[in-house]
Structure formats: structure tokens, C-alpha cells
Design a protein around this ligand. Structure first.
Ligand SMILES: [Zn+2]
Length: 516
């Protein structure tokens, strides 16, 4: 069927296009709820179109040595890793998918990683396998809410990692809405044996709502993510006795509306079914590759391979960036590489808890042997994420707005006892336009560097916001410009650190710090 345009509709299209390109105008204020989006969703845009919208930081004069570190080239690796995840999803795992440790996606990723390390020109490329403790897999689940003759399936519900399952018959529970899950929200409510729905907002002070609901005897807990949209979010373990799920914002609001519309004295019902298995005898691996230098002093460059869903920010970007570093340094003659560079694609840690991060543990256990002459260790984790902001105050549509650049990274650069390293790192990030927080993170690194920072001169620059661990974390959310800026900065840091003697960088092992 052909579409015919009237002169009026063409005019309206022209006005819409003009408005989309300009700043919001006063007439858009106070429009009432949910103005229809006028622009294509960036998440669904073809990659080349989106990529052309990002601001590239120009190569600073005199830094031509880093020109070969190419963000668009590295971004291809982000896409390839997402495709490994999607292959697993499409092979019968529609809801719990990703490059999940111990799965066929993990095995596919190992093969991919080995081929990329070899193609980059690394030597001694090999896989170091690890046995895994039985791994948690939610085989299937269903969460619905019923009230006023209406039943909604909460499709975005995702069990927290390690959640306990239900019996095969599932649970049929009275629904209780408990707001933000603070003590005040629970006042006067008996939630024992019921399904508790709480809302939580990234950035708002944590209320510990899920644990509070559990302590008060909830039989199931639904934690609604207040970020606009309806993303699935895989949360780290809640440690609750009751099965706990995260729920996307739109589904959460629909559930809340059902509760709100119930006649006095009647309650909505939540049905929860969760089939969980612990699968024994699985394996994972970390992948090694080397670029020999002039000396036996070492620089370690690491990135974890695993992640939920497409896992493009966490950690497709980190893996892509270490491949960019491998390719850059492989082109430099060995005689000009002062230190031996060792690349490790870590197994990862998303299989949280007992028996997770086995690669990290092995490396830490062998630290005397491995790291005696280590001048620098880079943990490359979540280096590039599209800049997002919540809706501006004047604008009524609920959406996450994308900027044309990347988020600043929280960071750790060797700690206060290595001022030389911190100075080199901060100035390299600044020089190449890789944006970071003004000050180092007040906590020890939260990433894989947490296993190493006490005994290694470590760097960790990473991002953890809106799309972290969600099925929205697509290749689109990883700007190639950020990959380029951060990877160039890391290369610059490596070269500057190579001008310093080992003694400037090494420190006695620090005590374990408790409390974050
Ligand atoms: Zn990560």
C-alpha cells in the first residue's frame, strides 16, 4: 500500500524534523504526561548512523604514535562479543543469557579470544582451564500479578543471581506495595508470607529494601528498577531467604496500578514460579598471551570476558580495549618494548559468591611468582559507556537521554603511596580526552582490581551506571570514541611508566582493607 502525504502532513513532518534538531522550546513545557518521543531511539539506530553522532577527541599534537589505536576498529570486537551472547540466547536461553561462565557461550568466547590474541601477534597464547563449583542457572520463571479481573505477566522480572527457586507449583501470594522499602514504608503493614513490591532508584540513597522485606517475612520480593524503560536487570545476590527479582520500571508501574485500583478490603495476587538448578562439572578459563620485551620486568593487562546479556559495556569494551593495546604494541619492535607485556582475558566474576572469580584467585595465590617484577597492572573494565542523563526537569517524558559522548570513569591509580603513577595516569586520561571523576574513588577498586591492588601497581578506570547488567547494554551503548580515548590513554601510561624504575612503582603488600 502506498502512503499519500497531504501538504499539511508534510508541513507537520518538516516542523517535527526542525524541532528534533533544535533546542526544546517553551511551548513544550508543561505538556502533560508522556509527550510522544519525536526522535528515533538511539538504541535501535544503525550503528554507523549512531557512531557518526559521537564526538571524537582529536589526537593531540605530538601523539601520532597512538594514531593506530582506532575506536571504530575496536568497536567491532564489542559487536563480535555481543554476537557470542546472542547465539547463546537464541539457542534456547531467552531470559538468562550472556557470556555466562561455564556455558557454551563461555566456550565460544574462549575460542574467539584465543584467535584474537593470536591474530594480534601475541606469543604463547594459551587457555588456562578452571573447574567450577556447581553453577546457578534459573531454567525458567514466571511472575504475574492479578487484580480486578486483569492479569499482567511481568516479563521484565529477572531473578537476582543465586535466588532460591520455588516448588514446581509456584507461589500464589497476596501483593503488598511497600514504596521505597524504608522502615516508614513498612509501618503498619504485615508482609509475612506475602509478595512485597518495592521501588529502587539508582543514585538515591540505598534503603536496603529487599533485605528489609526478607527480614520482615516476605515470601517473594519484587524490586522495581525506577530507571525509565523496562529493562531486564541481573542483580548480584540479594542473599534473601525469599526469591527476589528485579522488575523493569514499566512492569513495576503496571503492577502498582493494579494494587492501587483494588477495592477496599481486597488484595491483588502475585504468582511466582522459579525453577533453579545448580549445574556441576562446568569449566571456565582465562586466556594468556605475551609480548616479550627487552627485560623480564612485566606489565600485566587484564580484562574479564564474562557478562550478562550483550555485556557490551561490562565488559565487551574492556576486552576490545586490551585487544587494541595488544595490536598496538605487537607492531612495535621487541627492542623498543622495555618490559614484557602479559595479557590475560580473565574468566570473570558475575557468578558471584563461593567459587567465583577462580582466575583472580589463582593469580592472587601465585602472586610471589607472577608479580615479583611487575611495574604496572591494568584492569580494563567498562572503559566506555554512552553518556546518559535522566529527563530534564521541564520535560515530561520518562526516558533516559543519550549524550554524544561517554561517561566519566570512577578510578583508582595505584593509591596514595604511588603519586608518580597517579600523576601519569590522570594526565594521560586528560591528554586524550578520556573523561574521569575529579578525584579517585574513595573505596578500594570494586572491579577485578580488588583482587590485586594490595600488592600490584594497579590501574582501574570504570563505569557502572544506567545500563550496567541490563539487557539494554548493547553495542550501541559503547561509544567507539570512548574506547579510542581510553585505550590511547592506557598506551600513553604504559610508555610513561616504562621510563620509571621498578622501585618507584612497587610497594610492600598492603593489609586487607575492610569496609567500603
Ligand atoms: Zn565488569
Amino acid at each position: 500500500m502506498r502512503t499519500r502525504f497531504s501538504a499539511r502532513s508534510l508541513l507537520m513532518v518538516a516542523i517535527t524534523v526542525l524541532m528534533a534538531g533544535g533546542r526544546p522550546v517553551a511551548a513544550q513545557q508543561n505538556q502533560g504526561p508522556a509527550a510522544a518521543p519525536r526522535n528515533p531511539s538511539p538504541a535501535n539506530m544503525p550503528l554507523p548512523t549512531l557512531q557518526d553522532m559521537f564526538v571524537q577527541f582529536p589526537l593531540p599534537p605530538g601523539q601520532e604514535a597512538y594514531a593506530d589505536i582506532d575506536g571504530k576498529h575496536m568497536h567491532q570486537y564489542v559487536v563480535e562479543q555481543a554476537n557470542i551472547s546472542r547465539k547463546y540466547r537464541d539457542a534456547g536461553h531467552p531470559k538468562f543469557w550472556g557470556r555466562i561462565i561455564g556455558t557454551s557461550a563461555d566456550a565460544d568466547d574462549v575460542a574467539w579470544m584465543i584467535s584474537k590474541f593470536k591474530a594480534a601477534g601475541l606469543t604463547d597464547v594459551h587457555s588456562q582451564p578452571f573447574d567450577l563449583v556447581p553453577q546457578w542457572f534459573p531454567e525458567s520463571w514466571e511472575v504475574t500479578i492479578t487484580g480486578n479481573g486483569k492479569t499482567i505477566s511481568l516479563e521484565s522480572a529477572q531473578p537476582d543471581y543465586g535466588a532460591v527457586g520455588t516448588s514446581s507449583g509456584g507461589l500464589d501470594l497476596e501483593a503488598v506495595y511497600a514504596g521505597l522499602g524504608s522502615e516508614a514504608d513498612f509501618a503498619g503493614k504485615n508482609v509475612t508470607g506475602k509478595a512485597v513490591i518495592v521501588f529502587s532508584m539508582l543514585g538515591a540513597p540505598s534503603e536496603g529494601a529487599v533485605r528489609r522485606a526478607d527480614a520482615k517475612g516476605a515470601a517473594a520480593i519484587l524490586e522495581v528498577n525506577m530507571l525509565p524503560g523496562n529493562a531486564r536487570y541481573e542483580a548480584y545476590p540479594s542473599g534473601t531467604k525469599a526469591p527476589a527479582f528485579t522488575v523493569g520500571h514499566d512492569d513495576g508501574v503496571a503492577a502498582r496500578d493494579i494494587i492501587a485500583a483494588m477495592p477496599a478490603g481486597e488484595s491483588a495476587r502475585v504468582k511466582v514460579k522459579l525453577d533453579v538448578h545448580r549445574v556441576p562439572n562446568l569449566k571456565t578459563a582465562q586466556i594468556w598471551g605475551t609480548l616479550a620485551g627487552v627485560t623480564d620486568e612485566t606489565i600485566y593487562i587484564m580484562a574479564h570476558r564474562d557478562g550478562w546479556f550483550d555485556a557490551s559495556g561490562d565488559n565487551g569494551g574492556g576486552v576490545a580495549s586490551i585487544l587494541g593495546l595488544a595490536e598496538h604494541y605487537a607492531k612495535i619492535p621487541q627492542a623498543q618494548r622495555k618490559r614484557t607485556m602479559i595479557f590475560i582475558a580473565l574468566d570473570g566474576h558475575h557468578n558471584s559468591g563461593e567459587g567465583s572469580a577462580v582466575g583472580n584467585k589463582w593469580l592472587a595465590d601465585n602472586r610471589q611468582k607472577l608479580f615479583a617484577k611487575t611495574a604496572l597492572a591494568i584492569n580494563n573494565e567498562h572503559p566506555s559507556t554512552v553518556q546518559t542523563q535522566s529527563r530534564p526537569r521541564y520535560y515530561n517524558a520518562n526516558e533516559i537521554v543519550w549524550g554524544d559522548t561517554y561517561m566519566p570513569l570512577q578510578w583508582y591509580a595505584g593509591g596514595p603511596s604511588r603519586p608518580e603513577l597517579e600523576k601519569i595516569a590522570v594526565s594521560a586520561f586528560k591528554q586524550f580526552g578520556a573523561t574521569i571523576d575529579l578525584y579517585p574513588s574513595p573505596t578500594p577498586p570494586a572491579s577485578d582490581m580488588s583482587s590485586f591492588y594490595r600488592f600490584l601497581p594497579g590501574l582501574d578506570f570504570s563505569e557502572y551506571h544506567s545500563y550496567f547488567h541490563t539487557d539494554s547494554e548493547t553495542p550501541q551503548t559503547v561509544p567507539w570514541t570512548g574506547l579510542e580515548a581510553v585505550t590511547r590513554a592506557y598506551a600513553k601510561i604504559i610508555d610513561e611508566v616504562n621510563k620509571l624504575p621498578l622501585s618507584t612503582l612497587q610497594r610492600p603488600e598492603e593489609a586487607v582493607r575492610t569496609g567500603r
